[in-house]
Design a protein around this ligand. Sequence first.
Ligand SMILES: Nc1nc2c(ncn2[C@@H]2O[C@H](COP(=O)(O)OP(=O)(O)OP(=O)(O)O)[C@@H](O)[C@H]2O)c(=O)[nH]1
Ligand SMILES: [Mg+2]
Length: 286
Amino acid sequence: MRSGFVAVAGRPNVGKSTLVNALCGGKVAIVSDKPQTTRRRIHGIATGDDHQLVLADLPGFQRPRDALTEHMQRTVESSFEDVDAILFVLSARERIGAGDRFIAQRVFSLGPPVVIALNKVDRLRPGHIATQMTTASQLGDFHALHPVSAKTGDGVAALREELVELLPEGPLYFPEDQRTDLSVEAQIAELIREKALALTRDEVPHAITAEVESIEETAIQADLLVETESQKQILIGRGGSMVKEIGTRARPEIEQLLGRHVFLELRVKVKPRWRRDESMLERLGI
Ligand SMILES: Nc1nc2c(ncn2[C@@H]2O[C@H](COP(=O)(O)OP(=O)(O)OP(=O)(O)O)[C@@H](O)[C@H]2O)c(=O)[nH]1
Ligand SMILES: [Mg+2]
């Protein structure tokens, strides 16, 4: 039995969470086209007959701007301790540049083997993929480099095998049917936030958080929190259309998670400057 922990590093939006989901064979972390979607560490657990691979999905590396992003960056830094390997994710669709080199300096100096995943190779010309692989290979002394598409699943099985081979012999850290370490409340709040992120843009996604107030047999009460009255109006939408749409999109996934039908009551509230509020961040597990 091989088991152990792999931390997932990379710039925001390169597809770390999508890749963790693909490696785990199911949804663990929420995904969006906005950077800074992941705000806390989420363990995605992939258990096989002879292994348990625990992936620490993390926020992207970033320069902190407020208490929220400071906490996120601290989570990133502290998550590289005691891991068996590091999965360094790059986007093949973008220029591999200064941001990636900055992260490379960090991850290649840590000690554990670094596996590079060159993600988003779907629909790219082979020549372009080859060029990006060459650039990626110059980032540091990597253990292996895998071109993958987290979206289509291309290359994901080979990457998983590579990561499992790097794990030492060890016990099961989590029950074999467990796929994440997030509580059910936190998973539901994340699903709601995911739908809100998909429907908003500019500064609004960054100002949104979600919290579950109560879970009962047939009803869930949850809050969407934003920082200003105008953000609240955006989330409510004309005649309540936006918050209704968020609920409509979130409910099927929540029902799948819980295995039962529920009524989802969503309220939109203003919580000024919550991103700078230490106690609020603690409550959100950030
Ligand atoms: N075409 C393509 N898009 C992808 C792939 N993987 C992820 N994406 C898209 O890239 C965007 C970002 O994906 P995430 O998984 O949220 O990225 P992340 O690195 O976790 O982002 P943060 O949590 O914000 O740091 C989403 O729109 C995904 O659908 C891929 O293999 N191919
Ligand atoms: Mg993410």
